[in-house]
Design a protein around this ligand. Structure first.
Ligand code: 5AD
Ligand code: SF4
Length: 474
């Protein structure tokens, strides 16, 4: 048994910077464990978790399990969890109620929990005390050990908890079952060293570790050969890519080399304004296959709050960067993340956030009420703001964000834009859906034979969060 420890997770030292890259290998004796059995994986949270979910599914299939549509039909259930805010926790604990019920009716079902919540001491001790029906828990650093952990669970019939607080090495060649045939996530780095005071990620995902450029470029080339149209380079803080490597090879170099592979579309998330260099902006502007879409978390428009958040930029320097991006990258769409109600945020601080939104007129924004995370510095700050005030601020912010999102979309009316057709529209089964280069969701009137292609679409109607259009036949 190995349980997580937040203090351990906080420790970073030079000696640990040398990360070993190892290969995933599945032992012969574990390859047939799942024959005739099914699995169900439920994933919560960010793109990184989504991609981990794709790895987990492929590992289970390597062990001969087959995916099924619902938890009720599965022999193995796995919750891949998120810890970023309290409501993510609550959703998982709510779902665990259903798992417990099911296990009472079908005791042979095996249920496990992994992902960011597994890295939290408080969660694991709660599981050990109150959720004994859960068969196994593993963390974000040892996904590759799932076969061994699952096998031990089956053999010993006892609760297996295997979570490392200190990040492991980078494991290459973990298999992946991609959700899409047209667009793919590609990890370029793991972890985060920024330690923003509200954020649990540096503890749950560990120290920043960049993948070797050769491994990333091979993966992109391979995806291109298989016909993929789009890659999204993934990391908690992608702009810091390479800072932990020996070589002087940074995000701008990687972006340029990925662009040169000729894959039609490249995106990257998430950027931290601190590490966003002029060289990066130049590379994005230079290559047509790097999409004109930047997600640039603001978090707050008040320099005072930004300082308390440990964000390392001011309102002014953020605005300068955002304007530079908009000027140098033509037609660039800009989106953001904003937190309201950070401890000590005054009405004036909040209004500064609104000022930034008014000035930059974001294409869209994810907005959140501050959520106190155990073990982070912000959890110890005094938080006097009543919930009603936080909710009212969120509402005002959302009204403004929605207004600019609609205005940004209105500029697309009657324009012809490139859209990667990637699936059936959720709202209308006669239509397809896809995203523009600028990441706008479009429901498109087009023949299904064009699925997987980037086509020209004339926008015929716009709403706040999506647009309608029809494919232009050439
Ligand atoms: N409370 C509220 N929002 C948070 N985020 C991260 N941590 C917290 C927290 N403790 C938001 C940030 C981040 C996004 C992924 O989630 O805005 O950019
Ligand atoms: Fe969290 Fe800040 Fe790292 Fe983003 S940059 S993952 S907000 S600590």
């Amino acid at each position: 048994m190995q349980i997580p420890n937040l203090l351990e997770a906080k420790k970073r030292n030079q000696k640990d910077i040398l990360i070993k890259t190892e290969q995933y290998i599945l032992k012969e004796n574990l390859k047939k464990i799942g024959l005739g059995k099914t699995y169900f994986v439920k994933t919560y949270g960010c793109q990184m978790n989504e991609h981990d979910g794709e790895n987990i599914k492929a590992i289970l299939e390597d062990m001969s399990f087959t995916e099924c549509e619902s938890m009720e039909d599965a022999d193995v259930i796995l919750l891949n969890t998120c810890a970023i805010r309290e409501n993510a926790h609550n959703k998982v604990f709510g779902y665990l109620g259903r798992v417990k019920h099911l296990k009472e009716a079908k005791p042979d079902v095996i249920a496990g929990l992994c992902g960011c919540m597994a890295q939290e001491e408080v969660v694991v001790s709660e599981i050990m005390q109150k959720h004994k029906y859960l068969d196994f828990v593993f963390g974000t650093h040892n996904i590759h050990e799932l076969p061994v952990i699952l096998n031990n669970t089956i053999e010993t019939k006892s609760q297996q908890i295997q979570v490392y607080s200190k990040e492991g090495d980078i494991i290459e060649n973990i298999p992946v079952k991609r959700e899409s045939k047209y667009k793919a996530w590609v990890n370029i780095m793991y972890g985060c060293d920024k330690f923003c005071t509200y954020c649990i990620v540096p503890y749950t995902r560990g120290k920043q570790r960049s993948r070797n450029k050769e491994d990333i470029l091979d993966e992109v080339k391979h995806l291109k050969e298989k016909g993929y149209q789009e890659v999204t380079l993934l990391g908690q803080n992608v702009n810091a890519y390479g800072k932990d490597l020996q070589e002087n090879y940074r995000m701008e170099n990687l972006l340029e080399d990925v662009a040169k592979t000729g894959i039609p579309r490249i995106r990257f998330v998430t950027s931290h304004p601190w590490d966003f260099t002029d060289e990066m902006i130049d590379v994005i502007a230079k290559y047509d296959n790097i999409m004109p879409y930047i997600h640039l978390p603001l978090q707050s428009g008040s320099s005072r709050i930004l300082k308390l958040m440990g964000r390392r930029y001011s309102k002014e320097s953020y605005l300068e960067l955002a304007h530079k991006i908009k000027e140098r990258i033509p037609n660039c769409s800009l989106t953001t993340d904003i937190i309201v109600g950070f401890p000590g945020e005054t009405e004036e601080d909040f209004e500064e956030t609104l000022t930034v939104v008014n000035e930059l007129k974001y294409d869209s924004a994810f907005t959140f009420i501050f959520s106190s995370r155990v073990g982070t510095p912000a959890a110890k700050m005094e938080d006097h703001i009543p919930l009603a005030v936080k909710e009212e601020r969120l509402q005002r912010l959302n009204n403004l964000v929605n207004q600019y999102a609609l205005e940004a979309n209105q500029a697309y009316l009657n324009q012809v834009v490139p859209v990667l057709l990637e699936g059936m529209s959720e709202k209308n089964e006669d239509m397809l859906m896809g995203y523009t280069d600028t990441m706008k969701l479009v429901n498109v009137k087009a023949d299904q034979k064009y699925l997987g292609q980037i086509v020209d679409v004339k926008i015929t109607d716009v709403k706040t969060w999506s647009m309608d259009g029809e494919m232009i036949n050439i």
